[in-house]
Design a protein around this ligand. Structure first.
Ligand code: ADP
Length: 499
């Protein structure tokens, strides 16, 4: 029997990637293209939807060539994507009506403030969608397009326009315009989807003045999304898995049950905790979101989500602005030249502080300097600040969910830093589990697809693939942990704008 593969398409904010996985979860061929960022005005961010599709098509082929895998060896496709980014296109021609408005784009901040600013509306949005109203999410971006692109609203009223997050757009393109669908995890980031009832919400559609005719059909994450049919691409490959990037990573980390949590250490951090069938309402500004589920799951599964704004970006800052390291990897070697941070704390509140502080006016600071402080202490304190911030979010989640995190599954660029991983274990008092394959996002999309077709038999089989890697166990005693956390909180307290 010939080997077969699942292809993961990972359409991220900065790149389009494709990875082929075999049944044992090993990578066989991959490819990546960078994506152009378009900044038409300060605070605005756009992508070209055609480039999103064509770069994704390109890497599909390149991954097959690099792995020497032929189309008939591909069992299925799983898609994972940058979330919230909004695209609208003409259903007849397939032409986008304008550039994609990227999740980071702030152009609709004023609109969201106007429409959702009063506490009752904010509470309504929160109760239905699990989200704190923000320009991030798709709803206001759709309204912006309808209000600002010439002819858009009329076309939408006539049922000629389609809206999609990036997954929907790719499904539409790959199936050559035959399927207009999204999955529950992506729908839960639009701010138009009732995450308890599992349907588009009329009241929210009315609030944002969006006709229901533009919306995609919502399917489970591990389900049938049609087959590839785009001219020039291999035809007939089933699309069977779809999830937003963070939910795909949670699934790829095999966090399938309540209490399991993952953190991705990238430019920022994304921490997600599975809360089972319970949608936990956060009292600390975390968001409640739908988690990806295995096929056949009844009802929905949920996760709490929190983020750290500045994580790997701080390491970049050490490199690019302070110039005390030449590469991100070097931060670890430099930090290891000293035994500890000697009382230095870095609070990287470059853009304010998120959960649990929520202080947009806070600014970064460096504390505890003495004549003996050197660049190694600063590097060490910077690395530690990533772990402190993650611990703050994790503790907040534990309080909201009334569940303990005794193990955290990690991935992302900075998870390669062993010093950071050990300090994270120490400061969290929990095991840190770093799998051998840290491509959790792509792996999650592949799992969702392969579970849907029967390529993998079930969750037990895929969980067994998550082997190897390294586990970091806490080695710090309780008193020292409390003292270090207190030092951190003292430093954070001094950066808050209310002081
Ligand atoms: P993103 O997906 O957000 O672009 P990645 O997962 O690719 O991020 O991770 C890149 C980030 O991780 C960069 O901000 C970089 O500074 C940081 N990083 C990479 N390697 C290390 C390391 N060994 N130690 C600390 N930080 C690192």
């Amino acid at each position: 029997m010939t080997e077969r593969y699942v292809m993961a398409l990972d359409q991220g904010t900065t790149s389009s990637r494709a990875i082929l996985f075999d049944r044992r979860g090993r990578m066989r061929g991959s490819a990546q293209h960078d994506l152009h960022q378009i900044y038409p005005q300060p605070g605005w961010v756009e992508h070209d939807p055609r480039e999103i599709a064509s770069s994704q098509f390109g890497v599909m082929i390149e991954a097959m060539v690099s792995g020497r895998v032929s189309p008939d060896e591909i069992d299925s496709i799983g898609i994972t994507n940058q979330r919230e980014t909004t695209i609208m296109w003409d259903r007849r021609t397939g032409e986008p009506i304008c550039n994609a408005i990227v999740w980071q784009c702030r152009r609709t901040a004023g609109m969201v403030e106007r429409l959702c600013g009063d506490p009752d509306t904010a509470a309504l949005v929160r109760a239905k969608t699990g989200l704190v109203p923000d320009a991030y999410f798709s709803a206001s971006k759709i309204k912006w397009m309808l209000d600002n692109v010439e002819g858009a609203r009329a076309a939408a009223e006539e049922g000629r326009l389609a809206f999609g997050t990036v997954d929907s757009w790719l499904i539409w393109c790959l199936t050559n315009g035959t399927v207009h669908a999204t999955d529950v995890t992506n729908a839960s980031r639009t701010m138009l989807f009732d995450i308890h009832e599992g349907r588009w919400d009329d009241e929210l559609l009315e609030l944002f003045d969006i006709p229901a005719s533009v919306l995609p059909e919502v399917r489970p994450s591990s389900a049938n999304f049609g087959v590839t049919a785009y001219p020039g691409l291999p035809a007939g490959i089933p699309i069977r898995g779809v999830a937003g990037d963070q939910q795909a990573a949670l699934f790829g980390q095999c966090c399938f049950s309540a209490g399991r949590a993952k953190n991705t250490y990238g430019t920022g951090c994304f921490l997600l905790m599975h809360t089972g069938e319970r949608a936990v309402d956060s009292s600390h500004g975390l968001v409640t979101t739908i988690a990806a589920s295995a096929p056949g799951t009844r009802g929905f599964e949920y996760a709490l989500e929190g983020s750290v704004f500045v994580a790997g970006a701080l390491i970049q800052w050490l490199r690019d602005e302070l110039g005390i390291i030449e590469s991100a990897e070097e931060s670890e070697a430099l930090a290891r030249t000293v035994a500890d941070s000697a009382g230095v704390y870095v609070v990287p509140a470059f853009t304010g502080l998120g959960a649990p502080y929520w202080d947009a006016q806070a600014r970064g600071a460096l504390f505890g300097l003495t004549r003996g402080t050197g660049r190694a202490h600063i590097a060490r304190a910077a690395i530690e600040s990533l772990a402190f911030q993650v611990a703050d979010v994790a503790r907040t989640m534990e309080r909201d969910a009334r569940m303990e995190i005794d193990r955290l599954d990690v991935d992302g660029g900075a998870s390669a830093n062993d010093l950071l991983m050990q300090f994270q274990a120490d400061i969290l008092g929990a095991a840190i589990d770093r799998p051998a394959i840290t491509e959790s996002t792509a792996l999650g999309a592949a799992f969702l697809a392969g579970l849907s077709t029967g390529f993998w038999s079930g969750l037990e089989e895929v969980a067994a693939l998550r082997s190897g890697g390294r586990r970091f166990l806490p080695a710090m005693d309780e008193a020292e942990r409390a003292e270090r956390m207190a030092g951190w909180h003292d430093a954070v307290g001094r950066t808050l704008s209310s002081r």
